[in-house]
Design a protein around this ligand. Structure first.
Ligand SMILES: C=C(O[C@@H]1C=C(C(=O)O)C=C[C@H]1O)C(=O)O
Length: 94
């Protein structure tokens, strides 16, 4: 087996993380705006139908089916954090 070195693999992980962090931060900023919209329109933070759509979209985009359940768990965790951020935002505004 032709294994890549640990150093090389961790360098690739670092690069991926750098991109991921930027994207996750951008997603969190959108979630804050969604919270403000929901407050203005008297809508609840949790939207079950939307979460089902987000999970379906992203699970179906996975090319290696081994990771489908992991991607589902990842997006569910991301949305749970996103709801925490929205609730914090709304509390801070009260
Ligand atoms: C961001 C929203 O609020 C919540 C968080 C979601 C997300 O992080 O994708 C999706 C649905 C909601 O439970 C939204 O309604 O779009």
């Amino acid at each position: 087996m032709n294994l890549r070195s640990l150093e090389e693999l961790r360098e690739e992980i670092n690069q991926i993380d750098t991109e991921l962090t930027k994207l996750i931060e951008a997603r969190f900023k959108c979630a804050v705006e969604v919270a403000q919209y929901k407050q203005a329109h008297d809508l609840p933070v949790f939207d079950e139908k939307r979460e089902a759509i987000v999970l379906e979209r992203n699970v179906s985009a996975v090319s290696d089916t081994r990771f489908e359940d992991d991607i589902r768990r990842f997006y569910q965790s991301l949305m749970d954090i996103s709801k925490d951020i929205q609730r914090q935002e709304l509390q801070a505004e009260e």
